[in-house]
Design a protein around this ligand. Structure first.
Ligand code: GCO
Length: 473
């Protein structure tokens, strides 16, 4: 099934008439105070595939990223070593704790726990996370574990991956294993990481694993991740009553490119917003799909699904890097295509618009339109300028970037948003998916030949912030 171009255009049109079109940046009030609450979470975020390495160790099964073609990675690299965190996790824990951080968001590799995606549980894989959790707790750092950060067991992809409804049940079984085997000490769980990114880059653009370019599967992939999330939340709660459960979304204000086509671009941006943001927010918080997404999921939506997806959660994880820009193109699939940020705006190494106001806008939207849930910023950060050489140890640009985004967070809190923490992406420069190692997001550099970690200036800065809770000027 697919959404036709016409359906998407109509959906976008309806959204625009309903006043949903984004007109561009909103004013962000400067924060009145710079002191964060004493119970605020300060941490870093990582993911299994980008950091662990040791892909063949201790019975791990292959994931979809293990077989993603290296010629689609910009530096031709792979993640077989990454940060070697499977073996060096104690060093990571020491860096986190020594900086005075009180939380760490990592992800559990599903293929380490259930190597073939269903059936037998791999005890050695469970043990790895058990040791990591113990090491964190011993240093007073609260573990936040994401269940799915894109490394789907390959065996499940071979049976259709997220296009198949069966994957939702397998995910719930895996969640149950995590609760029963780790839940005595692991109390904070993030269900999915950025389902929108995994959907669009992995299944439509083909730039991420599983590398598909099949817009016809958009609805199935969206809906099955939403359903899997709902079933996993139910499984976790059935297994243990003392878990704090949330999920993480890549929320982006959707802005139209300006110019002569600006009215059509507004329709395109509104349609994109419904698919990128609304298709995940709405079913979780409202039990429905927004216009453009509704048409896409229709053929896979079964009775009871929306109730299963609309689970109460304890927090919403917000990952924010930049707004998106969209324009109308009559020859593009669904009439919409990405547009560059406006000229003369500040960009980061990814060519992303550096726009803390977009984070403020996102937080205000979640507050005003989705019932003001507790929010954790589960990712935010920027890359060094792309290079195959060493990282920039005197990374003032990163300090400025984080400071400005935390001003947006504080300002949103002063506006009534219920925000409980900030996890910087990331701890150590790691393997950045299609960019390979040339993009570096860490507070800590890594010598790739020795694995030796060297803190950057931002590490000391973030440490001072985590200890004091006071944002400097
Ligand atoms: C994402 C992922 C991370 C990235 C980070 C930097 O947002 O793409 O959650 O795995 O590495 O965002 O791009």
């Amino acid at each position: 099934m697919s959404i036709t171009r016409r359906e998407l255009a109509l959906g976008a049109g309806a959204a625009a008439l309903a006043g949903c079109a984004q007109e561009g940046a909103m004013e962000m009030p400067a924060p009145r105070e710079r002191q964060f609450p004493s119970d605020f979470l300060w941490g870093v975020a990582t993911s299994s595939f980008q950091t662990e390495g040791a892909l063949d160790a201790d019975g791990r099964g292959p994931s979809i990223w293990d077989v993603f073609p290296r010629d689609r990675i910009h530096d031709g690299s792979d993640a077989t070593t990454a940060n070697d965190s499977y073996r060096r996790y104690a060093e990571d824990v020491a860096l986190i704790a020594d900086a005075g951080m009180n939380a760490y968001r990592f992800s559990i590799a599903w293929p380490r726990i259930v190597p073939s995606g269903s059936g037998a549980v791999n005890d050695a894989g469970v043990d790895y996370y058990s040791h990591l959790i113990d090491a964190l707790l011993a240093r007073g750092v609260t573990p936040y574990a994401t269940l799915f950060h894109w490394d789907l067991p390959l065996a499940l992809q071979e049976r259709g991956g997220w296009t198949s409804r069966d994957t939702t049940a397998r995910f719930a079984e895996y969640a149950d294993v995590v609760a029963r085997r780790l839940g005595d000490r692991l109390k904070h769980i993030v269900i999915l990481n950025e389902a929108a990114v995994h959907t669009v880059l992995g299944h439509v653009l083909g730039t991420h694993a599983p590398g598909l370019q099949d817009a016809d599967q958009l609805g199935a992939v969206i809906h099955h991740q939403n359903l899997a999330q709902g079933l996993a939340i139910q499984a976790l709660r059935a297994a243990r009553s003392d878990l704090t459960i949330g999920t993480t979304m890549a929320l982006m204000p959707s802005r139209p490119e300006g110019g002569v086509m600006s009215w059509l671009n507004q329709q395109a941006a509104a349609g994109f917003d419904e698919v990128w943001n609304g298709a995940f927010l709405d079913p979780l918080f409202r039990g429905s799909y927004p216009g453009a997404a509704q048409g896409m999921v229709e053929s896979v939506l079964q009775e009871g699904d929306l109730a299963a997806i609309r689970q109460p959660i304890d927090f919403l994880g917000v990952n924010y890097y930049a707004p998106s820009y969209t324009r109308f193109n009559p020859t593009a699939p669904s009439f919409i295509e990405p547009a560059p940020p406006p000229r003369d705006t500040e960009r980061d190494a990814f060519d992303r618009h550096v726009d803390p106001g977009g984070l403020h806008e996102t937080l205000a939207r979640v507050r005003d339109q989705y019932g003001n849930p507790r929010v954790l910023i589960t990712e935010n950060g920027c890359s060094d300028p792309f290079s195959d050489g060493p990282a920039e140890l005197d990374d003032q640009f990163r300090i400025d970037y984080v400071r400005r985004h935390l001003e947006a967070v504080k300002s949103a809190m002063e506006g009534g948003s219920n925000i409980g923490g900030y996890f910087h992406w990331t701890l150590v420069d790691n393997w950045e998916w299609a960019e390979g190692y040339r993009s570096k997001f860490g507070l800590v550099a890594q010598d790739r030949s020795t694995g030796v970690r060297t803190p950057k200036a931002s590490y000391a800065w973030f440490s001072a912030l985590a200890r004091s809770g006071t944002l400097d000027q």
